[in-house]
Write a protein that binds this ligand. Structure first.
Ligand code: UT7
Length: 334
């Protein structure tokens, strides 16, 4: 899609991760696993977990404040705080709490739930408000504390996940730097990966009973999700590149959702992208769901890898099932 007037520029990033680090060896005290298995099958070595007296909102706010500082604007200039999360502190939403914590007092704030695709879906959502001219500055945050919902006795899932937050500031710009996007859902495969509500009927009055259940721990069919990811992610990236009149040869950086190093390697191979162009930090953080892409992006910007004008390809995928890709040039490019 091409737009004449206004567009979007992605001008600053920030991230935050909890201090407590749990190594693979530590997990073998909880479940029957080993550092060797986890490294070989996933590439993960450590994960950072949020401790008590901390919140998702605080972690998200830390990342957002850093992104706003990097964008060199004041929090009052933010029009929208868009928080992609599946693990809010409050089911009514946590974005407004983040808005207050970062002092974005002129911003409206809301949550967006799309699991590990949340950041890409959030970025695309932000772009619509900027392209229509409704807003000038939006902070898009991907933040998750999946450790709250992991069954720490299930070795199939507990070794995979970590907590974190990442954010970017998107600005209305005369040059549109979001060169393309694609987004998909397939709810018929929802049972592959979920964190679902289990109802427990409770008799209330007369013939009326209500649901008084609870959310269950994350459950995942790892092999199915793996197969889905290695099939759909290269496909969606290729389609996005094609529609933007670009090829894999134009790509400077591939920043995928950090779920498994084997998935990242398989996608890079399918796209014929050399390892030097692939950003990966899941060895340190594990799968941080909506946070993983902006967290990896921010670390690559801080490390001086991603520079103004570089072509960045992102792809998120996971529960829903959902998947998508967004391709942009980093920074303000004239
Ligand atoms: O963010 C959302 C997206 N999520 C993903 O992308 C996850 C996609 N899936 C994966 O990354 C991989 O499927 C896993 C890392 C979850 C699993 O790797 P796998 O190579 O597909 O292993 P598997 O599930 O086929 O299990 C192989 C064996 C099984 O034992 P048997 O049945 O062969 O005897 C498992 O019980 O490994 C066993 N196993 C473990 N062993 C030691 C499973 N988890 C562990 C563990 N430690 N933590």
């Amino acid at each position: 899609m091409k737009f004449d007037g206004a567009g979007i520029a992605i001008v600053g990033s920030g991230s935050a991760t909890p201090q407590a680090v749990v190594r693979n060896d530590d997990l073998s005290q909880l479940v029957d696993t080993s550092d060797e298995w986890i490294r070989a099958r996933t590439g993960i070595r450590n994960r950072h977990l949020l401790g008590e007296n901390s919140s998702l909102s605080e972690l998200a706010a830390m990342a957002a404040s850093k992104a706003i500082a990097a964008a060199d604007i004041s929090p009052e200039a933010i029009d929208l705080v868009l928080l992609a999360t599946s693990t809010p502190d409050d089911l009514f939403g946590s974005a407004a709490k983040v808005q207050a914590l970062i002092g974005a007092k002129n911003a409206v704030a809301f949550d967006l739930t799309a699991a590990c695709s949340g950041f890409v879906f959030g970025l695309v959502t932000a772009a619509q408000y900027l392209r229509t001219g409704a807003f000038q500055n939006i902070v898009v945050i991907g933040a998750d504390v999946l450790s709250r919902w992991v069954d720490w006795g299930d070795r199939n899932t507990c070794v995979l996940f970590g907590d974190g937050a990442g954010a970017v500031v998107c600005q209305r710009s005369s040059q549109d730097q979001l060169l393309g996007f694609e987004m998909y859902s397939d709810g018929s495969r929802n049972d592959c990966l979920n964190l679902s509500y289990q109802e427990k009927p409770k008799y209330l009055i007369n013939d009326v009973s209500i649901q008084k259940g609870d959310y269950q721990a994350i459950s995942m069919n790892g092999r199915e999700v793996y197969r889905f990811a290695v099939a759909k992610v290269p496909e969606v990236v290729e389609k996005t590149l094609f529609r933007a009149n670009l090829t894999a040869a134009d790509v400077d950086w591939l920043v995928l959702h950090q779920a498994n190093q084997r998935i990242i390697d398989a996608v890079a191979k399918r796209l014929k992208l050399p390892a030097e162009k692939v950003i990966a930090n899941l060895h340190e953080y594990g799968n941080t769901s909506a946070a993983s892409i902006p967290l990896a992006l921010d670390e690559a910007v801080i490390a001086g890898k991603i520079k103004t004008g570089d072509l960045v390809v992102t792809s998120g995928f996971g529960a829903g099932l959902s998947w998508g890709s967004a391709i942009f040039r980093w920074g303000t490019v004239d």
